[in-house]
Design a protein around this ligand. Sequence first.
Ligand SMILES: Nc1nc2c(ncn2[C@@H]2O[C@H](COP(=O)(O)OP(=O)(O)OP(=O)(O)O)[C@@H](O)[C@H]2O)c(=O)[nH]1
Ligand SMILES: [Mg+2]
Length: 254
Amino acid sequence: MDAITALEVTLKAAEAAKEAKENYSKIKWLFHYMLPPIKVLIVGESGSGKTQFLASIRDKKEFVESRTKVSNTKTLVLPNGRRVEFCDTPGHQSLKTERGRNVNEIANGKYDGIINIVCYGYQSAEGIDTSKIYHGGVIKEDYLKQNRGKELKQMQEWLERIYAESKVKWVLTIVNKADVWWEEYEDVMTHYEDGSEYNANLQTISRVSTISMLPYCSVINPLFGMPMTIVFGEKMKYAMYEQFQQHLIDLINK
Ligand SMILES: Nc1nc2c(ncn2[C@@H]2O[C@H](COP(=O)(O)OP(=O)(O)OP(=O)(O)O)[C@@H](O)[C@H]2O)c(=O)[nH]1
Ligand SMILES: [Mg+2]
């Protein structure tokens, strides 16, 4: 074999190896895609941003404005091909029966993970009289405290369904609306971290679950039309999205 032929053979072999590698990646992706989807239940108080969160991770640009009345399922395909099926539930107190159906399925082993959407009391509500919750351009502490109490109360609905028989392997708390509470970062984290009442509630299920928490922003928007101090931008929002995506992959691969 002369030098030119040897070079041609080497180049062809390199090309074939590249093609084989690409095909292998495609087959691996397809293999992941064919696996049964990971099932995740999304819970949280009305107005905490469950539906908007789901839109943000599925790269849907729509702005969510109305309360969810009926639970519904949306699928996300991860970069490696793995499908994740999210069940969005209605958070309003009057819709306890509707979401109760999904919460009961926790005990039946349907869900692999739970995402609890919280927002440090900055829940929005339809038809709210804003004059009752504002004072001097800031939201009244009473309103926020009351909402934080509702968050704690509602989590009991699903916590008590996670017994040893349920398949739930992880519970992730998404502290949503970072654009709204960003300047209170320390207080917000302390409210949900180790040592808090919120965390103590979660620790009651620590034997069967991985418990974690992430700050998040689903959309940058003035709450109740209140003027915003621009300290939080799209770059930070995207960084939080990327952190969430990686975290979800890690939880699934655990
Ligand atoms: N500023 C800001 N607003 C948000 C964020 N996430 C959600 N919202 C807004 O909060 C409001 C409530 O969001 P939803 O997604 O409807 O809340 P939900 O938890 O699905 O409420 P229910 O369906 O009633 O249970 C909407 O106007 C959202 O656009 C966020 O990260 N930042
Ligand atoms: Mg909703």
